[in-house]
Design a protein around this ligand. Structure first.
Ligand code: SME
Length: 161
């Protein structure tokens, strides 16, 4: 099951199709959720160009708890409604942030981060189980096409949250 890196340049729709296949391939035989999310964070990290942090926060005891990720050490707990992650949770809506310096309450884990996307992961009753969080040192790195592609990724990893 040799890992196939996603070659750039690639059109976004094709990119998210390949990403979906890889996420399923590298999580489907998971023996536990931590292993699945660890592999999923590695897949996302290897796939995206121009990012400096990617990972998951899981809803635990009424707060977002840091899960598997790739990047510099990060804040371990986020309250409901706090920061971009807490905002995605409370609004139940993807947050596409073109410039984090303009986002009131942004929590800076890596000072090189300039743009960010946070996608809520939903359970069977439309409850938020956690979020996918990706940071980039590039301004405006993410758009609505990324939001849609990552919404599908969130559906694949929901069972591990
Ligand atoms: N920036 C996030 C916090 C997590 S770090 O990016 C890993 C926020 O504002 O919620």
């Amino acid at each position: 099951m040799a890992y196939q890196i996603i070659e750039y340049p690639i059109e976004k729709q094709a990119f998210y199709h390949l990403l979906k296949e890889q996420l399923i391939l590298y999580t489907k035989d998971a023996v536990n959720s931590v292993s699945a999310l660890a592999n999923a964070s590695a897949i996302l990290h290897a796939a995206f160009s121009g990012i400096n942090w990617v990972g998951f926060y899981l809803v635990r005891d009424g707060r977002l708890a840091l899960g598997p990720f790739q990047g510099k050490p990060a804040v371990m707990e986020i309250a409901y409604g706090q920061g971009v992650c807490g905002g995605a949770w409370s609004a139940k809506k993807t947050q596409v942030v073109k410039d984090v310096h303009c986002f009131t309450g942004h929590i800076a884990c890596d000072l090189t981060s300039v743009s960010e996307i946070v996608v809520p992961v939903f359970g069977p009753d439309n409850e938020v189980l956690g979020v996918i969080d990706i940071d980039s040192p590039l301004p405006g790195r993410f758009d609505e096409e990324d939001a849609e592609g990552l919404r599908i990724a969130a559906e694949i990893i929901a069972r591990y949250m």
